[in-house]
Ligand binder design. Structure first.
Ligand code: SF4
Length: 454
């Protein structure tokens, strides 16, 4: 009902964000840390921050997310969080026995100015870090950036913590970006099917999409192992999928241990997946029969069903690298992408979306919010909205079909288990889009036009 008060007239706002299309940096950092096997994420701030980060991930993945906190009180807020973090590091290793502790900061500890390298070094000097165990870190002030930037910062922290310069070997690194566990599994599957020895990091497959075993696992089976992380410095190349989330880690490996990197689009859709496969082929992979079959089936479905996509207007809200590939894919298959909004800041985003849509006649905004997207749709109605769970309010209010994609998705399942990356992922996306459009058509068709075969 509140949405009825959104004015159609768009007023430029600089100081006010209304329902941002993003979440906070530490959520992304915590997610990246969970992609390391045996890792306990640690939130250096108040208990409330940690509770929010954990609950956001738990509600999205429907899995318990383990993490610890420095539990700031008034005292730490005034005098700094060093004492709490030193205690926490000791407690974590002695009580929970992780192989890796991944510390990220929060707004409060960043504002105080806590010096993580100094505190971690003091913890080592005081013998709080047992031999053979690791402490990695990332600065994640949430008053800038978004969960995507937090993910990127922790991925860089992983690279800093493990990469060692060494003679180059035949394996490669793939940084998959802030994507679902199912997408990370799909990336591994594609590389494996092409005969490529790939270290995918971070890797939440098997961590946040695990089976019900009847037993609680503090450290589930999945995640990139320490043995593999110790090899990332001797890889022959790093492929960074989605430059914003994966670029900083890949560039760090390039400049610090001499592993060259290539920044690629996220392989969402036919063209972007083809480009990913092509790069793997150029570095020694062979396109498998399995991939050829998957691609062929996708092309077949697109050919059969393209009349349902033709000139349908669509609005997209989510993370930048997903939106670029999604815009390209939807444009390629006949959609008219009208509005694209991300909460993550980054001026290049606008140009990338215009290139992907092949036009400047498109409403694009970075560092923006759902309120603005709502106004855009009030001014120009669309046939479909693709976005996370928060888009459901305007979809319901305006009676527009809504496909859930991105982070967070609190009211559906499937994203953990079925990818949207690769040819298989594109097929799933197309199937979901078709179902949403056809359901809408069936629901609104007058009696005389309600057809068995559409
Ligand atoms: S205070 Fe900052 S770090 Fe903590 S939950 Fe809020 S935005 Fe995130």
């Amino acid at each position: 009902m509140l949405l009825r008060h959104t004015p159609e007239k768009i007023a430029e706002r600089e100081a006010l964000t209304i329902q941002p299309a993003k979440t906070c940096q530490p959520v992304g950092a915590m997610y990246a840390a969970l992609g390391v096997h045996g890792c306990l994420p640690h939130s250096h701030g108040s208990q409330g921050c940690c509770a929010y980060h954990r609950s956001a991930l738990t509600r999205h993945y429907k899995e318990p997310v383990m993490a610890s906190t420095s539990s700031f009180t008034e005292g730490s807020s005034v005098f700094g969080g060093q004492a709490n973090l030193l205690d926490a590091i000791g407690n974590m290793f002695s009580i929970y026995n992780p192989d890796v502790v991944a510390i990220h900061t929060t707004c409060l500890s960043e504002t105080i100015g806590d010096d993580l390298p100094q505190i971690i070094s003091k913890a080592r000097d005081e013998g709080k870090v047992p031999k053979g165990k690791y402490v990695i870190k990332a600065n994640t002030p949430s008053y800038i950036g978004s969960h995507v930037i937090g993910f990127a910062n922790m991925v860089k922290g992983i690279a800093e913590g493990f990469a060692k310069k060494g003679p180059k070997e035949n394996h490669i690194n793939i940084i998959p970006g802030f994507v679902e566990p199912s997408d990370m599994a799909e990336v591994k599957k594609i590389a494996r099917s092409m005969g490529i020895d790939a270290i995918v990091f971070p890797d939440t497959d098997g961590v946040l999409n695990g089976p019900q075993t009847g037993h609680f696992e503090m450290y589930p089976k999945g995640g990139t192992t320490i043995e593999n992380l110790q090899r990332i410095g001797s890889s022959k190349i790093t492929l960074a999928l989605g430059p914003i989330a994966s670029g900083p880690g890949a560039k760090f490996l390039d400049t610090s241990v001499g592993v060259p990197c290539e920044l690629l689009k996220l392989p969402i859709g036919l063209r972007a997946t083809g480009e990913f496969v092509s790069v793997l082929r150029h570095i020694g992979g062979t396109v498998s029969d399995e991939l050829e079959l998957e691609r062929g089936q996708l092309v077949d479905v697109l050919t059969d069903m393209q009349q349902y996509f033709h000139q349908k207007k669509v609005a997209l809200v989510g993370d930048p690298y997903q939106l670029v590939s999604l815009t390209e894919f939807l444009t390629d298959i006949g959609f008219d992408v009208r509005h694209v909004v991300t909460g993550t800041p980054g001026k290049k985003f606008i140009k990338r979306i215009q290139e992907a849509a092949n036009t400047e006649d498109i409403n694009v905004r970075e560092a923006s919010d759902y309120f603005y997207m709502h106004q855009l749709i009030l001014n120009e109605r669309v046939d479909l909205i693709i976005g996370n769970t928060y888009a459901k309010y305007m979809a319901r209010d305006l009676d527009i079909p809504h496909i859930r994609m991105g982070f967070p998705i609190y009211d559906r399942i499937g994203h953990q288990y079925f990818p949207t990356l690769g040819y298989r992922g594109a097929l799933r996306l197309v199937e979901k889009i078709l179902a949403a459009l056809m359901d809408y058509q069936d629901k609104h068709a007058p009696e005389e036009k309600f057809e068995l075969v559409m």
